[in-house]
Design a protein around this ligand. Structure first.
Ligand SMILES: [Zn+2]
Length: 481
């Protein structure tokens, strides 16, 4: 069992400023979290940072910190009542690298014991930060009946900020990868390439746009690419789906299968990890995979699926990069064409639901046939059953604009542009503004939004979210006693 912490950028800044405000004494903060749990991993999704007020400290020195029991008790009650998990964070101001002390070991045991007697019991963990915000972390593992380490902390900033817990190390490159990606290493360094090689990306949509993105991700050496799309190839896809063969289209192959087979061939044998998943992205099986990824990429033409991916990303604090293209033709002449790329960092940048247009499209797709006919007659939406024009060069440009934002977001090789629009006729890509909506149902900064609810927002799709399935096992005595 291993732990991970995901925290929106504003909360990370709040935590860092609170812990480092006084570098002469230890400081303490409590983090209220939702959790995302699987057999082998617990992800703490930080929803609130509660610094300890001055009058709630019993002892506070350069080597010791203790908070008043009534202050801690009020937080424990709140966690049990509101379904939060609790992480306790404190600073070791004198040390560059952070390690738990013997005092921490003994007091953590007592704290874990207390939370297991709460009804219901909840996840409880500890973090200790050095004065450079390096950290060591652990949490109580019910199944194993022991403490388990927190391996990684990710702040959803642009670029993404990733820190590894004491004893865990950043990714590195295999020898085969160094040879294959030599020219890229010269562009954004071995460290940047190692980050790409360790990434797990879920790409939803393997059509004209998605196959361009998949192609670039495979060539970049992105560690694991999961291709999600239930559609089968048709002859009319062959003008734009990268790598699909005529024979495959005749035999109605799954798009993801054709794509994965071709892209894996260009990679070193140990990195042939492009995996096809021929399922609807909204199926429970696909959701399990989406939740296990570092990053979601959406290249779909359905606004409903797009809004769904946006919801998953916001609930689970996963970065989501969305792209779309559109072409309008009149009498054989291109009247309008373009596309956009949007980088969604939950809690930091605008989500799709913040932008009214996305919501309107989603609503349109859910109209009854009668409502839809009325809307088409009224000129509000385009008629269905008329295939839209699709051209490979536009897919190529917008798909690669998306991949460029992904590389910037993960490797920090250049500033991220959260919203880019490309105009085909003007042949211009330009940044656009996408403001967060403070009243957004999904990503607003309050406990009732999807962001605040965490995976509870997706409860209908999951058999069990956020809470331990069974009551905790008895806790053995602490180390060394
Ligand atoms: Zn929003």
């Amino acid at each position: 069992m291993i732990g991970e912490v995901r925290i929106p950028r504003p909360l990370w800044t709040h935590l860092r400023d609170a812990l480092l405000a006084d570098c002469m004494v230890e400081t303490k903060c409590f983090l209220l979290c939702r959790t995302l749990e699987s057999e082998s991993r617990v992800v703490f999704l930080v929803r609130e940072v509660v610094p300890v007020p001055d009058d709630a400290y019993v002892i506070r020195s350069a080597s010791l910190v203790e908070t008043r029991p009534e202050f801690v008790h009020s937080l424990l009650v709140r966690c049990a009542r509101e379904g939060y998990s609790l992480l306790e964070a404190h600073s070791h101001p004198w040390a560059g690298d952070a390690r738990f002390s013997q005092i921490d070991d003994n007091s953590d045991y007592q704290k874990f014991l207390t939370t297991q007697s709460m009804s219901p019991p909840f996840r409880h963990g500890s973090l200790v930060f050095g004065n450079d915000m390096s950290f060591e972390g652990r949490f109580w593992d019910y199944q194993g009946g022991q403490m388990a380490p927190i391996a990684r902390l990710r702040a959803l900033s642009a670029p993404l900020l990733t820190r590894y817990g004491a004893g865990f190390y950043p990714p590195w490159l295999h020898a085969a990868e160094q040879a294959v990606y030599d020219r890229q290493i010269r562009a954004f360094g071995a460290e940047g390439q190692a980050i790409l090689s360790s990434l797990r990306v879920a790409l939803v949509g393997a059509g004209g746009l998605g196959s361009q993105i998949a192609n670039a991700l495979a060539l970049l050496g992105v560690g694991q690419v999961l291709l999600i799309d239930p559609d089968r190839l048709e002859l009319s896809n062959l003008n734009r789906v990268v790598g699909a063969s005529f024979a495959q289209a005749q035999r109605s192959w799954r798009k993801v299968r054709a794509l994965a087979q071709r892209l894996n061939r260009a990679r070193p044998p140990e990195t042939r990890t492009i995996t096809p998943l021929p399922h609807d992205a909204r199926s429970p099986h696909a959701l399990t995979h989406l939740l296990g990824c570092d990053l979601i990429v959406g290249a779909v033409d359905s606004a409903v699926v797009r809004q769904y991916l946006n919801t998953v990303a916001v609930c689970a604090l996963i970065p989501y990069i969305d792209a779309g293209v559109g072409v309008r033709s009149e009498n054989g002449k291109l009247a309008q064409g373009g596309g956009q790329v949007q980088v969604i960092l939950p809690g930091e940048t605008a989500c799709l639901a913040c932008i009214e247009q996305g919501v309107r499209q989603s609503v349109e797709e859910q109209l009854t046939p009668h409502q839809r006919a009325l809307s088409i007659r009224g000129g509000y939406i385009q008629g269905e059953n008329i295939p839209n024009p699709q051209v490979v060069f536009l897919n190529g440009i917008v798909g690669n604009l998306l991949v460029w934002e992904l590389v910037k977001l993960t490797t920090a090789c250049a500033p991220v542009q959260p919203y880019v629009y490309y105009d085909l006729l003007q042949q211009q890509a330009f940044p656009a503004r996408a403001e967060r909506n403070p009243e957004c149902l999904l990503c607003a900064e309050h406990a009732d939004s999807m962001l605040g609810q965490g995976l509870y927002g997706l409860a209908g799709y999951l058999p069990s979210v956020g809470k331990p399935k069974k009551r905790a096992k008895p806790i053995p005595p602490p180390r060394g006693s």
